[in-house]
Write a protein that binds this ligand. Structure first.
Ligand code: PHE
Length: 440
């Protein structure tokens, strides 16, 4: 079967950035940064993205293009028999992430409805907190929206790679940026917002803990969609002469910028309204309506914001589903339609306990964590870092000549190549393992 290709280099960058930019940047980054002390977390997050993140993204893209195959097949083709299970683990992680991602994606759909109804357009912390909690702890409603989100993702994926993803990202991503800028200006001009700005931008390295390092690393990989074969799969649709370094730099820059903007959008407002910065996963959903309530035409902004957040989430969930479907299709020789339906059904089922663990099943915990938190923690802070180490070893040691050939063919200079090899061989494994072990 011939593999489809991106329509253009821009299409590829937008699709990869579309995968990276999503709930990770706008929902997860603000609350994880807020609970981890703000400025120092931001600094460490940026450092990891721009060093190890860049090397691994380049590595994944080069692997995909060299093997011209999915996440599992690429490891098999290039590495031989021992390696495909690294790809399999990545695909499994995508599946696990997608299950709770779809639950949160459902929240954004629900919030479009709440914005239309106008019930959340208030700056009253209690009302906003209660609205969010009542909703996520409800045994039925979040499941309906979770199903809706998974269904939407399925529809996009069955529409085909190029049509579905490229078209969606091209117009709506820039719109999201503009809207975020408007919201930042509104937030920053609220009385008391400066405290939040300082909290977000002033690094206090006395607050650095092992836990924070693992969180920053996990979020870096999560937000860049790294270590699970997304960039391998997307890289396999790339033309021979596309410069990969420039493309990965663009993807990382856009993602990091979105995280930064999301922080600027949420944290000053949190402080201005006197909300609790450590409110956890509800932070963006609880804070932003308070900002809308302070704006002329606030309802319109609210609807627009949650619609654009939904699109950003969809371009990411599409990549999660695409990786799993692409692997299932090639490995089990299933037609695309059947593979996509099967995987989506599985994701929907797994999302049910994830969602219920925030409400009626909250008393069932493992290591003190409910199922939702456990899925999130195990994927971002355990499986992904371990996968990154193996990926770095694979790229830096096992198949370096192939990767080097890919990069050299696209015109990358020897200095970059040597730096990249050093990062994959030594810096990434030592750094990632160091952080993991330190945290134990
Ligand atoms: N990077 C996406 C986000 O931040 C989530 C994601 C993770 C997508 C891993 C694909 C793979 O929303």
């Amino acid at each position: 079967m011939s593999r489809s290709q991106w329509g253009s280099r821009l299409g590829f960058i937008l699709a990869a950035a579309g995968s990276a930019i999503g709930l990770g940047a706008i929902w997860k980054f603000p609350y994880v940064a807020a609970t981890n002390g703000g400025g120092a977390f931001l600094f460490i997050y940026l450092l990891i993205c721009l060093s190890v993140g860049l090397a691994l993204m380049l590595g994944e893209m080069a692997l995909g293009r060299a093997a011209n195959s999915n996440a599992v097949g690429s490891f098999r083709q290039l590495g031989g028999r021992a390696w495909p299970w690294v790809g399999f683990t990545g695909v499994l992680v995508c599946f696990l992430i997608y299950s709770f991602y779809s639950v949160v994606g459902g929240w954004t759909i629900a919030y479009i409805g709440k914005s239309l109804g106008g019930s959340i357009l208030t700056s009253d912390a209690k009302v906003l907190g209660d609205t969010f909690n009542d909703f996520i702890t409800d045994p039925v409603q979040p499941l309906i929206y979770h199903g809706l989100f998974a269904g939407l993702t399925l529809a996009v994926v069955l529409g085909g790679v190029q049509k579905g993803i490229e078209n969606l990202s091209k117009f709506l991503m820039p719109a999201l940026f503009v809207l975020m800028l408007v919201l930042i200006v509104r937030g920053l001009t609220l009385p008391g917002a400066m405290d939040g700005l300082l909290y977000f931008l002033t690094p206090d390295f006395g607050k650095v803990t092992g836990n924070m390092l693992v969180d920053a690393m996990g979020l870096a990989f999560f937000s860049l969609s790294l270590g699970m074969g997304v960039m391998i799969t997307y890289g396999s649709y790339v033309g021979r002469d596309t410069p990969l370094l420039g493309s990965s730099l663009w993807v990382i820059a856009l993602t990091v910028m979105t995280c930064f903007l999301a922080g600027l959008m949420v944290l000053p407002a949190v402080f201005a309204f006197g909300f609790d910065p450590s409110a956890g996963p509800g932070l963006t959903f609880i804070t932003m309506p308070a900002v809308f309530a302070q704006m002329a035409g606030g309802q319109l902004f609210a609807v627009l914001f949650f619609c654009l957040l939904l699109v950003a989430a969809l371009t990411s969930s599409v990549s999660l589903l695409e990786v799993v479907v692409s692997a299932v299709m090639d490995e089990f020789k299933l037609p695309r339609r059947r593979a996509a339906l099967l995987v989506s059904a599985g994701v929907f089922l797994l999302g049910i306990p994830a969602s219920l663990s925030l409400g009626i099943w909250s008393e069932y915990t493992v290591f003190g964590k409910g199922f939702f938190d456990l899925l999130d923690y195990v994927t971002s802070n355990v499986l992904m870092p371990v996968g990154e180490v193996l990926l770095a070893i694979f790229v830096g040691w096992r198949v370096w000549p192939v990767v080097q050939g890919q990069l050299a063919a696209a015109g990358h200079t020897p200095v970059w190549l040597r730096a990249m090899r050093g990062f994959c061989r030594y810096v990434a494994p030592v750094l990632i393992l160091g952080i993991l072990v330190h945290n134990l």
